[in-house]
Design a protein around this ligand. Structure first.
Ligand code: NAP
Length: 288
């Protein structure tokens, strides 16, 4: 029997780049969905497709046994993912694994959590073998702040609230397990790190790993918005501020055991992340 083929969307992204080797290690054929033929992903069969181009998605899904659905937050993200799920069902894909977000809820004040909930609800109507992964805040999101962290500052409107932030390598490991083993149909797994951490603890872990003094500054939503205006598109920035309002209420602090349960290894800790990425938070790395 041929090895099953798994389509990975968002193949060049944070989760996709870790998921492809994790799937290969499990002996499946990986098809990476990419937008730029000039930037193929190593270790996979590459197919060029765009979620905004249904014909290209239909072709990418041809002959696929299972698919991993992940795309960036955008005002039309729910529509694009719902269309992908419909095309997957029409194309005979047997298993669909959706990357959602911790606490996705139709009536959430956080726009990201509302759009993820809309996709989850639609997928549940399709009669597909499907599984939802709801990861909490990515530790790797800190890499996007590497410039200011290298200058000694971590600033966010979160106060002393703790978040059970997760390493994206663990999300990829969990996704690989769910895509390749039975028993996950209809399940929703909340994916978290092994403990909830405050931003003060994150700054301390970054200081230890880099040997530099990095301090956390609690900031207001208004100052945070002003600092990122022009850096992020307005819809994304609005959503990020809503995310932080939700974190600052202590609403993202639960610790779940899904990572060890699904992967058979402990969830990576904040200190594993800061040790493995210390070089990215040093001035030499960020000015190079
Ligand atoms: N950041 C967090 O802390 C966090 C926490 C929980 C959940 N999430 C969820 O994670 C998801 C991914 O977020 P991310 O920002 O980290 O992105 P990402 O997965 O690192 O990157 C986005 C991927 O989507 C691809 N892509 C973009 N537009 C596309 C299109 N029109 N058609 C096909 N592929 C397209 C990109 O490809 P190119 O290389 O071609 O651009 C890239 O591979 C979001 O749904 C977010 O809500 C994030």
């Amino acid at each position: 029997m041929n090895a099953p083929t798994v389509l990975v969307t968002g193949a060049t992204g944070t989760i996709g780049t870790a998921l492809i080797p994790a799937l290969r290690a499990r002996g499946v054929t990986v098809r990476a969905m990419i937008r730029d033929a000039g930037r193929p992903v190593p270790g996979a069969e590459n197919v060029v497709a765009d979620l905004r181009d249904p014909a290209s998605v239909r072709a990418a899904l041809d002959g696929v046994d299972a698919a991993f659905l992940n795309s960036p937050s955008a005002p039309d993200a729910a529509d694009l993912q719902i269309r992908f799920a419909d095309l997957a069902r029409a194309g005979g894909v047997r298993r669909l694994v959706l990357l959602s977000q911790y606490a996705a809820r139709a009536d959430s004040p956080v726009r990201f959590l509302r759009w993820h909930a809309e996709v989850e609800a639609h997928m549940a109507t399709l009669g597909l073998d499907h599984t939802v992964l709801r990861p909490n805040l990515y530790l790797q999101a800190l890499l996007g702040l590497a410039d200011t962290i290298a200058q000694g500052f971590l600033a966010a409107p979160i106060g002393d609230a703790a978040v059970s932030a997760i390493d994206t390598r663990d999300i990829a490991d969990a996704a690989a397990a769910v895509l390749t083993t039975p028993g996950h149909t209809g399940h929703t797994y909340t994916l978290t790190g092994p403990r909830a951490v405050t931003h003060t603890q994150i700054a301390e872990a970054l200081s230890t790993a880099t040997g530099r003094h990095i301090t956390f500054h609690d900031t207001s939503a208004e100052r945070f918005t002003a600092a990122l205006t022009g850096v992020l598109p307005p819809w994304q920035l609005g959503g990020l501020v809503e995310d932080y309002a939700h974190y600052s209420e202590g609403e993202a602090a639960e610790v779940h055991t899904s990572i060890p349960d699904l992967t058979g290894h402990p969830a990576r800790d904040l200190t594993d992340f800061t040790r493995d990425h210390a070089a990215a938070f040093t001035p030499a790395a960020t000015t190079a």
